[in-house]
Design a protein around this ligand. Structure first.
Ligand SMILES: O=C(O)c1ccccc1NCC(=O)[C@H](O)[C@H](O)COP(=O)(O)O
Length: 266
């Protein structure tokens, strides 16, 4: 399955990263940042706060390419795109850092997090605690934990590391079993992926079906395959707290107008 391939590619990339910066050095940098925040009033978990606001929140993704679609944006002024998302009322940004199949980059995240005020999610295939410390040092506010590639123990351990650094976790599930595993691990944010990773078909009904499994005090996010404004309307009517949108926004010639329409559509 594609996720196994992505997890394997990521493990190799992170092993290389570890040779460039040791886990100990990286961890100390991340802990120093966390300590500083604690001393300055404590963690604020901006990603969760952004999704907890009244009304539907929008996580806008900066996405150049994907395994299912190949190149989505030939031109990719990622910082301009992120700034446009922010200026248009997006609540958070999702930044893909996976380089091989999504043409993402750590540099994109570092630059965006420095230049925008809204929180940034590191959208990557977290398979090693090292990646959580990296996310902190890069300036991210949240990391992605995909239930399909992590064991129950890893979900709990990675959540605890992220939490201790003031990072939120978007737990990603594809089916009912994975939703239950995310909740058992303590998830405060559960995202249901609408993309079937076996055949790449998308169906927002996956989020609709699984919504009832997530208690109201947990943030519920619908991810992927949101292709037209009516999809957002349907999800909003089904008590979705936030939507994560990549391709629809990246292909739009009027990102600002589209975000405005999605935010205000009733
Ligand atoms: O987008 C893909 O083709 C994909 C394939 C395999 C694993 C993950 C994939 N996408 C990850 C994402 O984070 C999406 O970019 C995100 O949910 C937005 O999806 P979309 O709105 O459909 O671009």
């Amino acid at each position: 399955m594609i996720l196994d391939e992505l997890a394997e590619l990521t493990r190799k990339r992170i092993e290389k990263n570890k040779r460039e910066k040791s886990p100990e050095v990286l961890r100390n940098e991340a802990l120093a940042m966390a300590e500083k925040e604690k001393a300055n009033g404590g963690f604020t978990f901006p990603f969760e706060n952004a999704l907890n606001k009244k009304g539907l929140s929008i996580i806008s993704e900066v996405k150049k390419a994907s395994p299912s679609k190949g190149i989505i944006a030939e031109e990719f002024p990622y910082l301009e795109i992120a700034k446009e998302y922010e200026a248009s009322g997006a609540d958070a940004i999702s930044c893909l850092t996976e380089p091989d199949r999504f043409k993402g980059s750590d540099e994109y995240l570092i630059t965006i997090a420095k230049e925008v005020k809204i929180p940034v999610l590191r959208k990557d295939f977290t398979v090693d605690p090292y990646m959580i410390y990296q996310a902190k040092v890069m300036g991210a506010s949240a990391v992605l934990l995909i239930a399909a590639i992590l064991s129950d123990d890893e979900l709990k351990e990675y959540f605890s590391i992220a939490d201790s650094l003031g990072l939120s976790c978007l737990f990603e599930a594809h089916d009912a079993e994975e939703v239950k595993r995310c909740l058992a691990a303590g998830a405060r944010i559960v995202g249901v992926n609408n993309r079937n990773l076996k055949d790449f078909t998308v169906d927002i009904e996956n989020s609709i079906r699984l919504r009832g499994l997530v208690p109201d005090d947990i943030i519920f996010v619908s991810e992927s395959g949101i292709m037209v404004p009516d999809d957002v309307k349907r999800l909003r009517e089904n008590k979705t707290d936030a939507v994560l949108i990549g391709e629809m926004l990246m292909r739009s010639s009027d990102k600002s107008g589209l975000i405005h329409e999605l935010k205000h559509e009733k």
